[in-house]
Design a binder for this molecule. Structure first.
Ligand SMILES: [Zn+2]
Length: 209
């Protein structure tokens, strides 16, 4: 994080009630500034390359000072109080469970540095790079092409079956005409033979008679 330029602003006393949703009045009373005061507002460049304005510090703070740390004792005390609050309020106390609370916990580990070395980047929140994707389905209902081709195949099959039946009927008629035995199989497969209507297969061996 790079500290670029700053602007000192005079601020009125903090409001009597906490502006932070969910913060209990006792915590707010401790951090509230009841008198008019001034603060430095910095514009910074974050590690992601985005700029952020409005990072506040004490007026006398300079980047070369580094963040001011709480004492071990004070950080431990803050942790105890926050953890008691989080468990007492059904884990719903300020800040909400999730990234914000994780951030508070991280700051406690670092002894509550001020200014915070971690700043949320609002630009990054809206600048997403797609690094992977997952198929979630069709955008429009899919045409059932499989079913359509099945229908087409069915029609073809019905046509072929009709033709087969016709050819078989013709073959039976011709055999009857010629006085030949039926070629309809009585064998195990029950399949009807078509084709091979050439006389060398079907004409009974006359020499045996
Ligand atoms: Zn960013």
């Amino acid at each position: 994080m790079e500290w670029l330029e700053r602007e000192v602003k005079e601020l009125p006393p903090d409001p009597a009630e906490s502006p932070y949703e969910g913060m209990d009045p006792a915590t707010w009373a401790k951090i509230r500034q009841p008198e008019p005061h001034s603060a430095a507002f910095w514009r910074v460049r974050l590690s992601c390359g985005h700029f952020k304005g409005q990072v506040t510090t004490d007026v006398d703070w300079r980047p070369e000072d580094g963040p001011k740390l709480s004492t071990e004792k004070r950080a431990a005390e803050m942790r105890r109080k926050l953890e008691a609050m989080w468990s007492a309020e059904g884990r719903a106390g300020w800040p909400e469970e999730g990234p914000e609370r994780d951030h508070v916990q991280k700051m406690l580990d670092l002894r509550w540095p001020r200014p915070e070395p971690d700043q949320d980047c609002y630009a990054c929140r809206h600048a997403w790079r797609i690094t992977g994707y997952q198929r979630i389905g069709w955008l429009t209902p899919r045409l059932d092409t499989k079913k359509a081709s099945d229908t087409h195949a069915d029609a073809e099959r019905r046509k072929a079956e009709a033709r087969l039946a016709k050819v078989e009927a013709e073959a039976r008629m011709l055999r009857r005409q010629l006085g030949l035995p039926s070629d309809d199989t009585g064998g195990s497969t029950k399949k009807v033979h078509v084709g091979f209507v050439g006389p060398h297969h079907l004409v009974p061996n006359q020499s045996k008679n």
